[in-house]
Design a protein around this ligand. Structure first.
Ligand code: G2I
Length: 460
């Protein structure tokens, strides 16, 4: 049953990818480049992905919070409201109001919902914590059935089982009351979820499974391979991706994502946060996901740093005051480029027109450039908007004088000469042609203080 659904879902994904490739290809041949997305959700959607966040129900009355939520994200995961202690605080008495509030907020705004989580050793209500054996097995399966049934049709993907593997070198299961009901408890939970909501994608979700060489990663991989071989209904694997000094991002992360995907499951980054919010690391994570066709979405674990379970590590994309951090700009740029910044798009048009458009002569209208700066202590990101005048242009050069002490460290969507003092920026292959009155954007990150920048633009 799940196989048939799975094929239909895959077909839809392929159709979407095909349309995306066509649009990306067309951009090369139009006078104006396709507008890059200006929010995380819109930009991810252009790549056939979602960009989500964990949401706490009690924050939905905070307008600063919902302004960012509604503007930037197209997927939500209830941070605590769907957990066992929240949904079944007393055995057989289910409580959905906080979770329903989040689901309704999301769905009324076109955002999808990830369900988190049906079966977990942690955040069990006291009645469940004290259970064991077949009574616990039955109670767990009933919980999965009841909750998945309540949210049927409203949750696109469920973290059916969360964090069932042990840390360290064993590569085996974590000890817990659920594990002690028998090693097959995980597949039993998946089968119950499948019966209750046949259309939801069913995921296994865990942390410290990012490094391909780690025993825990291999343990989960072997379980998923076994489930696929035996027809246990699993559709996806969630990588929480809480990166910090003890558990840092590693360059083999992309290998991990692609290796799991090769088993025939979707992969999703489900709880992303990065200690210190390095823009470069955030960018790498996004690029890794985009490089894997079955990595179909990214969720960050909170909106502002003050919303984070690890607030002191300032690991998120927005400052506590709601302003965008450099990591935000890096994520957005990575989503828009779809590959390493400054590289050309990887999706060549599959059917190039037989008569490529002839290059129009340079027009008399020239171009103008404006810059917006996101400054923080010790550095800034500048977003430069190049606008063609009364005629289409075929290329552009922007000159920006940087104040002393300001040094460019990183750039996207433009070629650069000079990293301090006078800097010159020219279009890359895919954003030189700009229609009359149309715009394109590039950006750079720099150390130091921007002050007031006055870019000039010349067209060719
Ligand atoms: O621990 C980080 C995450 C790891 N992966 C699974 C996620 O479900 C988990 O989320 C966190 C939430 O972000 C926290 O908000 O899970 C914690 C509990 O394991 C959540 O913390 C709890 C506190 O422990 C409770 O005291 C508090 O009542 O949040 C509750 C609601 O604010």
């Amino acid at each position: 049953m799940r196989n048939a659904r799975w094929k239909a879902a895959s077909r839809a994904a392929i159709a979407l990818t095909g349309a995306g490739a066509l649009v990306a290809g067309m951009a090369l041949f139009l006078t104006a480049p396709a507008a890059a997305g200006t929010t995380l959700g819109a930009s991810a959607a252009e790549k056939g992905r979602y960009f989500g966040t964990a949401v706490a129900a009690y924050k939905l009355s905070d307008s600063a919070y919902t302004t960012i939520l509604n503007r930037e994200f197209n997927s939500v995961t209830p941070e605590n409201e769907m957990k066992i202690d929240a949904t079944e605080p007393q055995q057989g008495r289910f409580s959905y109001s906080a979770a329903d509030q989040i689901v309704s907020h999301a769905r009324s705004r076109g955002m999808s919902v990830r369900g988190h989580t049906l079966a977990w050793h942690s955040q069990q209500p006291p009645w469940m914590e004290s259970m064991s054996g077949s009574a616990l097995r039955q109670a767990m399966l009933n919980h999965v059935t009841q909750v998945a049934t309540h949210f049927r049709g409203q949750v696109v993907a469920w973290d059916v089982v969360n964090e069932a593997f042990a840390d360290g070198s064993s590569g085996g299961r974590r000890d817990s009351n659920l594990q002690r009901t028998g090693n097959d408890w995980i597949e039993a939970a998946f089968r119950a979820a499948d019966a209750a909501d046949p259309n939801a994608k069913l995921c296994y979700n865990d942390y410290n499974t990012d490094n391909w060489t780690h025993a825990k990663t291999q343990g989960v991989y072997n379980m998923v391979r076994d489930f696929k071989a035996r027809g246990v209904p699993i559709d996806c694997v969630g990588f929480q991706s809480h990166f910090n000094n003890e558990s840092p991002y590693v360059s083999n992360y992309r290998t991990t994502l692609s290796s799991f995907a090769a088993l025939g499951v979707d992969v999703q980054i489900t709880e992303l946060d990065i200690q210190g919010a390095s823009a470069a690391t955030y960018r790498s994570v996004v690029e890794d996901c985009l490089a894997v066709a079955r990595c179909n979405g990214i969720t960050v674990w909170g909106i502002r740093d003050s919303d984070s379970w690890r607030a002191s590590q300032t690991p998120l994309l927005f400052n506590s005051n709601g302003s965008k951090k450099p990591a935000y700009d890096a994520v957005l740029a990575a989503l828009n480029n779809g590959t390493t910044p400054t590289d050309p798009p990887t999706d060549p048009p599959t059917d190039p027109p037989t008569d490529p458009p002839t290059t129009p002569p340079p027009g008399p209208g020239g171009c103008t450039a404006t810059v917006s700066v996101n400054q923080w202590t010790g550095g800034f990101v500048a977003t430069v908007k190049v606008t063609a005048g009364s005629s289409a242009i075929n290329g552009w050069t922007v000159t920006i004088g940087l104040p002393s002490g300001a040094t460019v460290t990183n750039a996207w969507n433009a070629n650069r000469s000079g990293s301090s003092g006078t800097t010159n920026w020219t279009n890359v292959a895919y954003n030189g042609q700009v229609g009359a009155g149309q715009s394109t954007e590039y950006g750079f990150q720099a150390n130091g203080t921007a002050g007031s920048l006055s870019p000039t633009c010349s067209a060719s």
